[in-house]
Structure formats: structure tokens, C-alpha cells
Design a protein around this ligand. Structure first.
Ligand SMILES: Cc1cc2nc3c(=O)[nH]c(=O)nc-3n(C[C@H](O)[C@H](O)[C@H](O)COP(=O)(O)OP(=O)(O)OC[C@H]3O[C@@H](n4cnc5c(N)ncnc54)[C@H](O)[C@@H]3O)c2cc1C
Length: 426
């Protein structure tokens, strides 16, 4: 997939544009230099600028050009891995603290939208839906576990209850979370950027960092300039391309795609999802969908582990939409786009420091809409001298993908083939 060739689709077509920011020219000094103007980098930049730091953000493309401007918009409490996985990695007590922090991430998201007046179509409500009895059993057990171990309320909806709000026969029920929800991803990214700019952050677009030089004052180089700062923050997701190989070996870019149908009209759209919630199934290669404000179905799915666009993507997406909503079979797809999710081997967040003055956050594993805000905040706290909460995440062990850069994709494809087969059969 040539990322630059992929339009950001309906999001770019529907968001009020942000004025372009100038590329970096020459040498600049700052307190903090941040690589990447997605949610993670902008969140850190905003907090630091509000605390009085001089912050420069270097963005290779445009603000929100990465996953933050392309994603499914589903803001969900928790992380990309199960809580059982985190318990195994850091112990039960620390896992409980990490879960509480994911709730804080959701509060932070809502608070920032309110405080900065970010118009990004926030809607409450999210459902995870099972297709197989095995998945239903796991979700129902998960609801009990989340209540007993984490004090987090989730509802189980049986098939009839779900059918009252979702016009699909595909699912056996739903695990409903009233506290999670969804938003317009690019408008949220632009809103964070506007707040950061207003707080004094300098953002340079078209300024790819080609090298990070470690030292007492790290330096980030671009083709036409260099920033020297007390601290550097790497918030480049799956796009670093050689700047920090030790980080890149621990995430795998996985392509995922979203289709926006033609507008369905208010009545037809509302009849599909009456309560306006976001929905995601729990297959390994999952489908996720919701409605847009102009009454389209935004439907995501079709993971791809190659760097080429999947063959007949449009036909595949049409088939997947039909499997959920056969009543939409004649409706055209108007926009189709994709992006990379940065998955870590254990799907747990990979946040921490590369050196005492170089911080990073990656490995959101398809679960970054809410947690990126927290990652940026915890990095800002650490730079301000309070590293306790970031250190909780830095304790999570992360192995490189087996096979290195060349073989990690074929090995993952094999693993994925197994999980897809399992979802198809059991
Ligand atoms: C199609 C899709 C659907 C998704 N759906 C969901 C969802 O529904 N819910 C959910 O929670 N998560 C979802 N995600 C994941 C979520 O979008 C990400 O976890 C999150 O946006 C990551 O934010 P970020 O700021 O870390 O990275 P990004 O938004 O990718 O930002 C990184 C930025 O760094 C820049 N950059 C990289 N390298 C350099 C360099 N060398 N120099 C300068 N700049 C550089 C890039 O250009 C980019 O703009 C989805 C992702 C995709 C792609």
C-alpha cells in the first residue's frame, strides 16, 4: 500500500481544512521536539505547551495524515490486548491500575473535546458483537470478569435486545459499553492541533525526520533543518522508517480499510443502528462500523499484511457489508481508504523511553483513539519530572517480531491464516 496514494476518504472530504503549516528550515532550538502530528504527538505537545515548554512538532506529511486521520473512530475503554494478557505481563495489581488509566484516557478524550470545543460528532455507546457461540461465551465471561475484577460495568444484550437497535441478523448478542463511543477522527486530530497551535506549539508539516542524533540535547534532522531540544518524543506510529530501528522491530504495520457508502438518508440510516452506537465484531480480522453525520454507513475491515493494496478491495468490502446488512446490497461505496495499525507482538501498548531524554509511544494495536491521548499526557508528565505513570507502561515487556523486518510479515500471515480459519469454522 503506497500510503501517500491513499486518500483519507470521507474524513478529509467532510472536515473543515486546517491551514498548512510551514516546513522546517534551518536550525531551531526548543525545549521539546516531537516527531509526528497524530493524536499521540499532539496530545504531548498540548500538555507541554500549556505547562510553558517551547515545543516544536515535526510532521513528515500533514497533521492527522497517519492513523489519526483515517481510523474507524471507535473510542473504546481498554487496550489492544485482553486484560488477562496484561495480568500475565505485569501482575494483577498493576493490570488493574493500567485498566483504570484506560478509563482515564476516555475521560481525557471527552474533557479535551469539551474544553477546546472540538466539533467532531462524539456519540456515546459501543457494542462488541459475537458471531460464533465460542465468542458469545467469551464475551459473557468477560462481562463478569470486568465487573468483579475491574469494577467496570458492561451490559449483555441477547439477540432480541440487540435486534431492537441493530438491523442485522448476523450477531448472537452484544457486549454493550455505554462509556465508550465514536467520533470523526480527522476533526478530532485537527481540533487537538488547533488547541496546540493556540497554546504556542510550532508545527512543521512536510518535515520528515531522517535521523535522530542522541546526546545531552537530542537532535532531529530533516532534509532542510534540524531541531535541538532538551527532550525528543517519537510519536511516529508505524512510519518511522529507520529513525529508531529498536522501536520499529517491535511493531508490525497491518493494513486495514474503511468504506463509506453513499448517503442513505436519515430514515434508512437510523433504521440500521437506531441508538447511533459503534459496533465491532470480535473476529481476528474484524468488521467495525457506525453511521456518519450525513447518514452514510462507515464500514471497516479486511486486514492486510502486505504492503500492496488488497486485490478487488471494493468488491471485498461490498461483500462484507452485505454479510452484515443484506438490505444495503445495491448501495454504492463512495469513498474507500486505508491505513496502517501498529500492532505489537502481544498487542499491549509499547510506551516508554529510549534514552533518559528520548520518549516514545507506539503499539496501540488498533486501539489508539482514546489511549493515544493518555500516552501523550504521560510522556508530558515524565518530561515535567513525574514519570511514575509512564513507568507503569514501561514495565510491560515487548519482544521484537520473530523473523526481523524481512520475515516478520510471512510469519504473521501464517498466524493470521490460522486465526481466520478458526473464526470461520468454530
Ligand atoms: C484504518 C484504521 C482504523 C482504525 N480504527 C481504530 C478504531 O476504530 N479505534 C481505535 O481505537 N483505533 C483505531 N485505529 C488505530 C488508531 O488510529 C491509532 O492507534 C492512532 O491514531 C495512533 O495515533 P499516533 O499519533 O500514535 O499515530 P499516527 O496518527 O499514525 O501519527 C503518526 C504521525 O507521525 C508521522 N511520522 C512518522 N514518521 C515520521 C518521521 N520520520 N518524521 C516526521 N513525521 C513522521 C506520520 O506522518 C503521522 O502523521 C485505526 C487505525 C487505522 C489505520
Amino acid at each position: 500500500m503506497s500510503a501517500a496514494a491513499l486518500p483519507a476518504g470521507w474524513y478529509a472530504a467532510s472536515a473543515a481544512p486546517l491551514p498548512p503549516q510551514p516546513a522546517l528550515e534551518g536550525r531551531v532550538r526548543a525545549d521539546v521536539c516531537i516527531l509526528g502530528a497524530g493524536y499521540t504527538g499532539l496530545s504531548a505537545a498540548l500538555d507541554l505547551a500549556e505547562a510553558g515548554y517551547r515545543v516544536v512538532v515535526l510532521e513528515a506529511e500533514r497533521i492527522g495524515w497517519g492513523a489519526s486521520g483515517r481510523n474507524g473512530g471507535q473510542a473504546i475503554v481498554g487496550y489492544g490486548c485482553e486484560m488477562d494478557t496484561l495480568e500475565g505481563l505485569v501482575g494483577r495489581e498493576a493490570a488493574r491500575t493500567l485498566f483504570d488509566l484506560s478509563r482515564e484516557a476516555m475521560d481525557l478524550l471527552r474533557a479535551r473535546i469539551a474544553r477546546h470545543g472540538i466539533a467532531c460528532d462524539w456519540r456515546d455507546g459501543h457494542a462488541h458483537v459475537p458471531i460464533r457461540p465460542r465468542q458469545e461465551r467469551a464475551l459473557r465471561a468477560g462481562i463478569v470478569e470486568m465487573a468483579e475484577r475491574y469494577g467496570y460495568p458492561l451490559e449483555w444484550w441477547d439477540r432480541a435486545r440487540l435486534r431492537e437497535v441493530l438491523a442485522s441478523e448476523r450477531y448472537l448478542g452484544a457486549m454493550y459499553d455505554a462509556n465508550s463511543g465514536h467520533l470523526h477522527p480527522l476533526e478530532y486530530a485537527f481540533g487537538l492541533a488547533r488547541a496546540a497551535l493556540a497554546a504556542g506549539v510550532r508545527i512543521h508539516e512536510g518535515s520528515r525526520v531522517t535521523a535522530l542524533v542522541h546526546g545531552a540535547r537530542p537532535r532531529l534532522r530533516t532534509a532542510r533543518g534540524e531541531v535541538e531540544a532538551d527532550f525528543a518524543v517519537l510519536a511516529g506510529n508505524a512510519w518511522l522508517r529507520g529513525v529508531a530501528p529498536e522501536l520499529e522491530s517491535r511493531v508490525m504495520p497491518v493494513g486495514t480499510y474503511i468504506a463509506a457508502t453513499a448517503p442513505l438518508g436519515a430514515a434508512r440510516a437510523t433504521a440500521l443502528i437506531r441508538n447511533g452506537m459503534a459496533v465491532a465484531d470480535v473476529n481476528w480480522a474484524l468488521d467495525y462500523f457506525r453511521l456518519s453525520r450525513d447518514h452514510r454507513l462507515l464500514f471497516g475491515g479486511r486486514a492486510s499484511y502486505s504492503s500492496l493494496p488488497p486485490p478487488n478491495l471494493r468488491g471485498t468490502m461490498r461483500r462484507r457489508i452485505r454479510a452484515v446488512f443484506p438490505q444495503l446490497s445495491g448501495v454504492p461505496i463512495e469513498y474507500l481508504w486505508g491505513g496502517y495499525v501498529d500492532i505489537s507482538l502481544n498487542r499491549a501498548p509499547h510506551w516508554g523511553r529510549l534514552a533518559p531524554n528520548v520518549y516514545f509511544a507506539q503499539g496501540f494495536s488498533g486501539h489508539g483513539v482514546a489511549t493515544t491521548g493518555l500516552a501523550g499526557r504521560l510522556i508530558a508528565e515524565a518530561i515535567r519530572g513525574q514519570s511514575g505513570r509512564l513507568d507503569l507502561f514501561a514495565r510491560i515487556p515487548h519482544a521484537p517480531f520473530p523473523g526481523g523486518r524481512l520475515l516478520r510479515t510471512p510469519l504473521l500471515v501464517l498466524a493470521m491464516a490460522w486465526y481466520k480459519l478458526r473464526d470461520a469454522l468454530w
